[in-house]
Design a protein around this ligand. Structure first.
Ligand code: GDP
Ligand code: MG
Length: 296
Protein backbone atom coordinates (compact mmCIF):
# COMPACT_ATOMS: atom_id res chain seq x y z
CA UNK A 1 0.00 0.00 0.00
CA UNK A 2 2.69 2.44 1.00
CA UNK A 3 5.25 1.44 -1.57
CA UNK A 4 5.51 4.95 -2.95
CA UNK A 5 3.99 7.85 -1.13
CA UNK A 6 5.14 10.81 -3.17
CA UNK A 7 6.31 13.09 -0.42
CA UNK A 8 7.36 15.66 -3.02
CA UNK A 9 3.71 16.47 -3.59
CA UNK A 10 3.43 17.41 0.07
CA UNK A 11 6.50 19.61 -0.19
CA UNK A 12 4.90 21.34 -3.15
CA UNK A 13 1.76 21.98 -1.13
CA UNK A 14 3.81 23.43 1.70
CA UNK A 15 5.62 25.66 -0.73
CA UNK A 16 2.43 26.88 -2.35
CA UNK A 17 0.96 27.62 1.07
CA UNK A 18 3.95 29.71 2.10
CA UNK A 19 3.97 31.50 -1.23
CA UNK A 20 0.35 32.46 -0.79
CA UNK A 21 0.39 33.50 2.82
CA UNK A 22 4.00 34.58 3.11
CA UNK A 23 5.72 34.47 6.44
CA UNK A 24 6.84 36.80 9.13
CA UNK A 25 10.31 36.99 10.55
CA UNK A 26 11.32 39.31 13.35
CA UNK A 27 14.74 40.31 14.54
CA UNK A 28 15.75 42.63 17.36
CA UNK A 29 19.05 44.39 17.97
CA UNK A 30 20.19 45.19 21.50
CA UNK A 31 23.30 46.60 23.14
CA UNK A 32 24.78 49.73 24.55
CA UNK A 33 24.32 52.91 22.57
CA UNK A 34 26.92 53.81 19.98
CA UNK A 35 27.79 50.22 19.06
CA UNK A 36 26.25 50.43 15.60
CA UNK A 37 22.84 48.83 16.14
CA UNK A 38 20.85 51.30 14.07
CA UNK A 39 23.49 51.17 11.37
CA UNK A 40 23.24 47.37 11.37
CA UNK A 41 19.48 47.53 10.85
CA UNK A 42 20.15 49.54 7.71
CA UNK A 43 22.96 47.24 6.68
CA UNK A 44 20.65 44.25 6.89
CA UNK A 45 17.99 45.88 4.79
CA UNK A 46 20.40 47.29 2.26
CA UNK A 47 22.47 44.17 1.86
CA UNK A 48 21.74 41.75 -0.92
CA UNK A 49 18.77 40.01 0.58
CA UNK A 50 16.57 42.99 0.19
CA UNK A 51 18.36 45.24 -2.23
CA UNK A 52 15.75 44.60 -4.88
CA UNK A 53 12.86 45.64 -2.72
CA UNK A 54 14.30 48.52 -0.81
CA UNK A 55 13.18 51.79 -2.27
CA UNK A 56 15.98 54.16 -3.13
CA UNK A 57 15.56 57.75 -2.11
CA UNK A 58 14.44 56.82 1.35
CA UNK A 59 17.83 57.48 2.83
CA UNK A 60 17.85 59.27 6.11
CA UNK A 61 20.36 59.42 8.89
CA UNK A 62 19.14 57.63 11.92
CA UNK A 63 19.02 59.79 15.02
CA UNK A 64 19.93 58.42 18.42
CA UNK A 65 17.28 55.84 19.16
CA UNK A 66 15.14 56.82 22.10
CA UNK A 67 12.49 54.13 22.08
CA UNK A 68 11.85 50.73 20.61
CA UNK A 69 11.24 51.13 16.94
CA UNK A 70 10.35 48.54 14.34
CA UNK A 71 11.04 48.75 10.64
CA UNK A 72 9.31 46.34 8.28
CA UNK A 73 10.11 45.52 4.70
CA UNK A 74 8.22 43.09 2.53
CA UNK A 75 10.78 41.08 0.65
CA UNK A 76 9.61 39.12 -2.32
CA UNK A 77 11.82 36.55 -3.96
CA UNK A 78 10.82 33.87 -6.44
CA UNK A 79 7.17 34.39 -5.58
CA UNK A 80 7.66 33.94 -1.85
CA UNK A 81 6.78 36.83 0.40
CA UNK A 82 8.70 37.51 3.59
CA UNK A 83 7.73 40.22 5.99
CA UNK A 84 11.01 41.07 7.69
CA UNK A 85 10.80 43.28 10.74
CA UNK A 86 13.81 44.54 12.62
CA UNK A 87 13.27 46.16 15.99
CA UNK A 88 15.83 48.72 17.00
CA UNK A 89 16.25 49.47 20.68
CA UNK A 90 17.70 52.40 22.57
CA UNK A 91 21.07 51.76 24.09
CA UNK A 92 20.86 50.38 27.56
CA UNK A 93 23.53 50.58 30.18
CA UNK A 94 24.13 54.25 29.55
CA UNK A 95 23.08 55.21 33.02
CA UNK A 96 25.27 55.24 36.09
CA UNK A 97 23.01 52.71 37.68
CA UNK A 98 22.29 49.96 35.19
CA UNK A 99 20.16 47.90 37.47
CA UNK A 100 17.12 46.57 35.60
CA UNK A 101 18.23 48.18 32.35
CA UNK A 102 17.10 45.00 30.54
CA UNK A 103 13.52 45.37 31.78
CA UNK A 104 12.07 47.23 28.76
CA UNK A 105 13.58 44.72 26.35
CA UNK A 106 12.41 41.67 28.27
CA UNK A 107 9.02 43.29 28.63
CA UNK A 108 8.76 43.81 24.87
CA UNK A 109 9.70 40.21 24.12
CA UNK A 110 7.16 38.87 26.59
CA UNK A 111 4.46 41.21 25.32
CA UNK A 112 4.77 39.66 21.88
CA UNK A 113 4.36 36.17 23.36
CA UNK A 114 1.34 37.43 25.27
CA UNK A 115 -0.25 38.83 22.11
CA UNK A 116 0.21 35.54 20.34
CA UNK A 117 -1.18 33.63 23.29
CA UNK A 118 -4.27 35.82 23.45
CA UNK A 119 -5.00 35.11 19.78
CA UNK A 120 -4.34 31.43 20.23
CA UNK A 121 -6.76 30.91 23.07
CA UNK A 122 -9.66 32.73 21.41
CA UNK A 123 -12.54 30.41 20.63
CA UNK A 124 -12.67 31.55 17.04
CA UNK A 125 -9.04 31.65 16.12
CA UNK A 126 -7.70 33.48 13.12
CA UNK A 127 -6.50 31.03 10.51
CA UNK A 128 -3.17 32.70 10.69
CA UNK A 129 -2.14 34.45 13.87
CA UNK A 130 -0.09 37.60 13.28
CA UNK A 131 3.39 36.82 14.55
CA UNK A 132 5.34 39.64 16.16
CA UNK A 133 7.41 37.35 18.36
CA UNK A 134 11.15 38.02 18.30
CA UNK A 135 12.79 35.12 16.47
CA UNK A 136 16.35 36.30 16.91
CA UNK A 137 17.91 38.86 19.21
CA UNK A 138 21.29 40.18 18.07
CA UNK A 139 23.33 41.22 21.09
CA UNK A 140 26.12 43.74 20.44
CA UNK A 141 29.28 43.19 22.46
CA UNK A 142 31.54 46.26 22.64
CA UNK A 143 34.90 45.64 20.93
CA UNK A 144 37.02 45.98 24.06
CA UNK A 145 39.22 42.99 23.28
CA UNK A 146 39.04 41.99 26.94
CA UNK A 147 36.42 39.76 28.53
CA UNK A 148 32.66 40.12 28.60
CA UNK A 149 31.58 42.71 31.14
CA UNK A 150 29.32 41.69 34.03
CA UNK A 151 26.58 43.71 32.33
CA UNK A 152 26.92 41.73 29.08
CA UNK A 153 26.87 38.45 30.97
CA UNK A 154 23.85 39.37 33.01
CA UNK A 155 21.94 40.67 30.03
CA UNK A 156 22.65 37.64 27.87
CA UNK A 157 21.93 35.27 30.74
CA UNK A 158 18.47 36.75 31.13
CA UNK A 159 17.76 37.11 27.42
CA UNK A 160 18.89 33.59 26.51
CA UNK A 161 16.18 32.16 28.72
CA UNK A 162 13.40 33.74 26.70
CA UNK A 163 14.72 34.31 23.18
CA UNK A 164 17.34 33.13 20.66
CA UNK A 165 20.39 35.28 21.35
CA UNK A 166 22.94 35.81 18.60
CA UNK A 167 25.92 37.69 20.03
CA UNK A 168 28.13 39.74 17.70
CA UNK A 169 31.35 41.69 18.22
CA UNK A 170 30.36 45.23 17.28
CA UNK A 171 32.53 47.54 15.16
CA UNK A 172 35.00 44.76 14.45
CA UNK A 173 36.99 47.09 12.20
CA UNK A 174 38.44 48.58 15.38
CA UNK A 175 40.22 45.30 16.21
CA UNK A 176 43.20 43.69 14.50
CA UNK A 177 42.71 40.17 13.18
CA UNK A 178 44.58 38.67 16.15
CA UNK A 179 42.54 40.73 18.58
CA UNK A 180 39.34 39.58 16.92
CA UNK A 181 40.32 35.93 17.17
CA UNK A 182 41.42 36.20 20.80
CA UNK A 183 38.37 38.18 21.83
CA UNK A 184 36.10 35.67 20.16
CA UNK A 185 37.79 32.83 22.03
CA UNK A 186 37.45 34.63 25.37
CA UNK A 187 33.80 35.35 24.79
CA UNK A 188 33.17 31.69 23.96
CA UNK A 189 34.92 30.67 27.19
CA UNK A 190 33.02 33.28 29.17
CA UNK A 191 29.68 32.06 27.86
CA UNK A 192 30.61 28.48 28.64
CA UNK A 193 31.81 29.28 32.17
CA UNK A 194 28.60 31.12 32.92
CA UNK A 195 26.43 28.49 31.25
CA UNK A 196 24.84 30.99 28.90
CA UNK A 197 23.33 29.17 25.96
CA UNK A 198 23.28 31.34 22.85
CA UNK A 199 21.94 30.41 19.44
CA UNK A 200 22.36 27.76 17.99
CA UNK A 201 21.86 26.06 21.36
CA UNK A 202 23.55 22.65 21.68
CA UNK A 203 20.52 21.25 23.45
CA UNK A 204 18.35 21.74 20.40
CA UNK A 205 20.49 20.08 17.74
CA UNK A 206 18.17 17.64 16.00
CA UNK A 207 20.59 14.95 14.82
CA UNK A 208 24.32 14.33 14.26
CA UNK A 209 24.20 16.09 10.90
CA UNK A 210 22.56 19.11 12.45
CA UNK A 211 25.10 19.03 15.26
CA UNK A 212 28.03 18.98 12.84
CA UNK A 213 26.64 21.96 10.95
CA UNK A 214 25.89 23.91 14.11
CA UNK A 215 29.29 23.07 15.63
CA UNK A 216 30.89 24.85 12.71
CA UNK A 217 28.73 27.89 13.40
CA UNK A 218 29.37 27.79 17.16
CA UNK A 219 33.12 27.95 16.48
CA UNK A 220 32.58 31.26 14.72
CA UNK A 221 30.22 32.87 17.21
CA UNK A 222 30.19 35.75 18.06
CA UNK A 223 30.53 37.03 14.51
CA UNK A 224 32.83 40.01 14.19
CA UNK A 225 30.64 42.42 12.25
CA UNK A 226 30.97 45.81 10.64
CA UNK A 227 27.97 47.87 9.64
CA UNK A 228 27.55 50.54 7.00
CA UNK A 229 24.64 52.33 5.43
CA UNK A 230 26.47 54.02 2.59
CA UNK A 231 27.45 52.62 -0.79
CA UNK A 232 30.80 53.25 -2.48
CA UNK A 233 32.29 52.49 -5.86
CA UNK A 234 34.81 49.61 -5.75
CA UNK A 235 36.17 48.23 -9.05
CA UNK A 236 33.18 49.61 -10.88
CA UNK A 237 30.70 48.03 -8.48
CA UNK A 238 28.63 49.66 -5.81
CA UNK A 239 29.31 48.11 -2.45
CA UNK A 240 28.10 48.78 1.07
CA UNK A 241 31.05 49.87 3.09
CA UNK A 242 32.88 52.23 5.40
CA UNK A 243 35.31 54.58 3.77
CA UNK A 244 38.47 55.18 5.77
CA UNK A 245 41.83 56.77 5.07
CA UNK A 246 43.22 53.33 4.35
CA UNK A 247 40.52 52.09 2.07
CA UNK A 248 36.99 50.85 2.04
CA UNK A 249 35.82 48.21 4.47
CA UNK A 250 33.29 46.24 2.49
CA UNK A 251 30.69 44.89 4.87
CA UNK A 252 29.44 42.23 2.47
CA UNK A 253 32.95 40.96 1.72
CA UNK A 254 33.71 37.85 3.82
CA UNK A 255 37.40 38.74 3.66
CA UNK A 256 36.67 42.00 5.47
CA UNK A 257 34.23 41.04 8.19
CA UNK A 258 31.67 38.48 9.26
CA UNK A 259 28.53 40.44 8.50
CA UNK A 260 27.77 38.00 5.65
CA UNK A 261 27.81 35.11 8.15
CA UNK A 262 25.34 36.93 10.39
CA UNK A 263 23.02 37.75 7.52
CA UNK A 264 23.12 34.24 6.11
CA UNK A 265 22.48 32.66 9.49
CA UNK A 266 19.53 34.89 10.24
CA UNK A 267 17.83 35.35 6.92
CA UNK A 268 18.95 32.31 4.96
CA UNK A 269 20.25 29.10 6.48
CA UNK A 270 18.65 29.21 9.93
CA UNK A 271 15.53 31.28 9.43
CA UNK A 272 13.12 28.38 9.81
CA UNK A 273 15.08 26.94 12.72
CA UNK A 274 14.97 30.28 14.55
CA UNK A 275 11.21 30.37 14.05
CA UNK A 276 10.81 26.76 15.17
CA UNK A 277 12.83 27.21 18.36
CA UNK A 278 10.98 30.41 19.13
CA UNK A 279 7.66 28.65 18.80
CA UNK A 280 8.48 25.24 20.26
CA UNK A 281 10.79 26.25 23.07
CA UNK A 282 10.61 29.93 24.06
CA UNK A 283 6.96 30.59 23.34
CA UNK A 284 6.01 27.21 24.74
CA UNK A 285 7.66 27.89 28.08
CA UNK A 286 6.00 31.31 28.21
CA UNK A 287 2.65 29.68 27.50
CA UNK A 288 3.10 27.03 30.17
CA UNK A 289 4.17 29.64 32.69
CA UNK A 290 1.16 31.83 31.93
CA UNK A 291 -1.37 29.03 32.01
CA UNK A 292 0.02 27.79 35.32
CA UNK A 293 -0.28 31.29 36.74
CA UNK A 294 -3.92 31.61 35.77
CA UNK A 295 -4.75 28.19 37.19
CA UNK A 296 -3.52 29.14 40.60
P1 GDP B 1 23.61 52.64 18.02
O1 GDP B 1 23.60 53.66 19.10
O2 GDP B 1 24.05 51.31 18.57
O3 GDP B 1 22.36 52.55 17.25
O4 GDP B 1 24.80 53.05 17.00
P2 GDP B 1 24.68 53.82 15.60
O5 GDP B 1 24.25 52.87 14.54
O6 GDP B 1 23.89 55.05 15.79
O7 GDP B 1 26.21 54.15 15.33
C1 GDP B 1 26.98 54.97 16.17
C2 GDP B 1 28.22 55.47 15.41
O8 GDP B 1 29.08 54.37 15.11
C3 GDP B 1 27.88 56.11 14.08
O9 GDP B 1 28.76 57.18 13.87
C4 GDP B 1 28.14 55.02 13.07
O10 GDP B 1 28.49 55.52 11.80
C5 GDP B 1 29.30 54.29 13.70
N1 GDP B 1 29.34 52.86 13.32
C6 GDP B 1 28.30 52.04 13.12
N2 GDP B 1 28.71 50.80 12.81
C7 GDP B 1 30.07 50.83 12.82
C8 GDP B 1 31.09 49.85 12.56
O11 GDP B 1 30.85 48.69 12.28
N3 GDP B 1 32.39 50.28 12.68
C9 GDP B 1 32.72 51.55 13.00
N4 GDP B 1 34.01 51.88 13.07
N5 GDP B 1 31.78 52.49 13.25
C10 GDP B 1 30.48 52.15 13.16
MG1 MG C 1 20.50 53.45 17.64
Amino acid sequence: LFGYVGIEAVLDQMKIKTMKTGFEFNIMVVGQSGLGKSTMVNTLFKSKVSRKSSQPGQEERIPKTVQLQSITHIIQEKGVKMKLTVTDTPGFGDQINNENCWDPIIKYINEQYERYLREEILITRKRKIPDTRVHGCVYFVPPTGHWLRPLDLEFMRRLSKIVNVVPVIAKADTLTLEERAEFKQRIQEDLKTHAISVYPQEDFDQDPEDRALNDRIREKIPFAVVGADQEHQVNGKRVLGRKTKWGIIEVENPAHCEFPLLRDLLIRSHLQDLKDITHNVHYESYRVRRLNESNR
